[in-house]
Each structure stands twice: as structure tokens, then as C-alpha cells.
Design a binder for this molecule. Sequence first.
Ligand code: SAH
Length: 290
Amino acid sequence: MRMLHTPVLVREVIDLLGVREGDIVLDATVGEGGHSEEILRRIGESGFLIGVDLDESVLEKAQKRLERISSRFFLINCNYREVEDFLSADKRRFNRILLDLGVSSVQLDTAERGFSFLLDAELDMRMGRRLQITAKDIINSLSEEELSELFFTYGQERYARRIANMIVSERKKNPILTTSQLADICRRAYPKGYHRINSATRVFQALRIAVNDELRSLSDFVSRVPELLLSGGRIAIISYHSLEDRIVKWAFRQAEDLLEVTKKPVYPSLEEIERNRRARSAKLRVAERI
Ligand code: SAH
């Protein structure tokens, strides 16, 4: 198991955000603090960083890592869409905001979190323990139609119907409790010889989005970005699939008080992708508050 998550597009984020001494920064998906570590170095003793994450276990690691750099930060365990509730009214505006979406490699590689179809575990996929509904609940309670719709809209899975159909007939015999049971069903539901991507990738993506209400959190948050940014402040968002990127792109285009700094998304270099597999689907967009 990899012990540390390798942050994606760090130099590009720092440069395009224009992080400077004295900045007040919100890292809304602080994770283990990979980006925040570099940001803390840049903002110095006159700056301040608020780090947010839904996952209490990664925050412990971030706390230790960031303490070694500076004391000019504070971590909050919440969904980033609720961050304002945790900040006093005069502390809700930032010069720089970063969102690095999705799960971290450590979450993915920790079998018992149930995010990975490569590691056998209970079907969980909750990013934080306070969330109530797990992937197991969804798989065993939604109707065939609902499952098919979920895999199609959140997973863009073309065999959504076949997989949903097989899940429903399997669960009549035995409840579907583990990642490997579900991965096996996906494999069997796929037409023979269809090996373009792992047959479980998209179903797992769809479930993760549903369990953590990921797309609605993102839409809610991006619609409030203009209020959270000080004039001249910037936001950078790294997304990992087209459903996320579409939300970011339209939010930046539609907001009258945001200017796109990146007209087209910025991608990691080939060298970075070779070094870090998680970078391969990353897209960075940056906007500035007028
Ligand atoms: N930039 C970080 C890695 C972030 S990985 C680093 O370099 O270390 C994405 C993180 O976002 C994960 O830790 C995940 O728990 C968190 N996350 C995902 N959705 C969230 C949400 N809605 N609110 C808060 N945190 C969220």
C-alpha cells in the first residue's frame, strides 16, 4: 500500500493561482495536505490557510504534515459545501481557493474503505464516517430501473441495463456485500471479449458519486465561489472525469463576476502521468474574481 498521496499538478496550481505571501487560502479538499504544504510555504507568516476534508482520517495526517511547515493553518472536518457554516462572517472570503476533487490514493488503496474493485472489502465508499448510506445499501435497495439510471448518468456506463439486471437477479439469491462480488457481476454482465476498460470502473465511479453526493456538492459550491473570493482572488479546480469538468466549465462561464484564466483546461505533463497514475485523467481550470 502506498502511504502517501502524490499531489497532482502542484506547480501548475501554484503558478496559475498566483499564490503569494500574505494570501488567505481555502484548500477545500485538503486530503493529506500535498498541495497545502506547498501553499503554506508560499504564504509565509502573514498568510493563513483553511483546510477542509470530509474524511476525518486524512485530516490527522494533514495536521502532522502541515505543522512541520508552519502554524498558520486550521483544519475543518466537513463537506466543503458547508464550510461557511464553520467560519465567522468576517472570515468567509479568500484570495485563493483550491478544489482537488475525487478520492485520494490512500483512500483508494485502503481496502476496507471499499472504493477499489481491485481490493476485496465490504462495499462502503463513504468519504466520511458521518455519512449514513453506503454503496452496499444502494446496491441492495434501489430498483433495477434506478440502478440502471444511476450507472448510466453517473458512470456513463453503456451496459448499465445489463449490469442492473444481473445485480437484481443475483441479490435475490444472496445480498451483494463486497467489492469483489460486485466487480464479478460487472465482468459477467459485460459482453464477452470486451476488455477496453475494466468492466467495474464506471459502476464503481457511479456508486462513489451517489454515496458522497459528489456532483451536487460541487455544483452548490461553485455557484457560491464569487461570494467566497475577494476581488482579484482566484480559484483552481482539478477534476477527474467529464461530469465534474462540465460543472466547473459552465459555472466559470456563467458567473458574471468570474473571468476564466485558463480558456482550455491544463493537463499534466506526460512525465507527471508516468510518475503518478492518478494524474492521467486530471484537468485543471482556473478563474479570477473581477
Ligand atoms: N490535494 C490533496 C488530495 C485531495 S484528494 C493532496 O494533495 O493531498 C481529494 C480529497 O477530497 C479526499 O481527501 C476526499 O476525502 C476529499 N473530499 C471529496 N469530496 C469532498 C467534499 N464534498 N467535502 C470535503 N472533502 C471532500
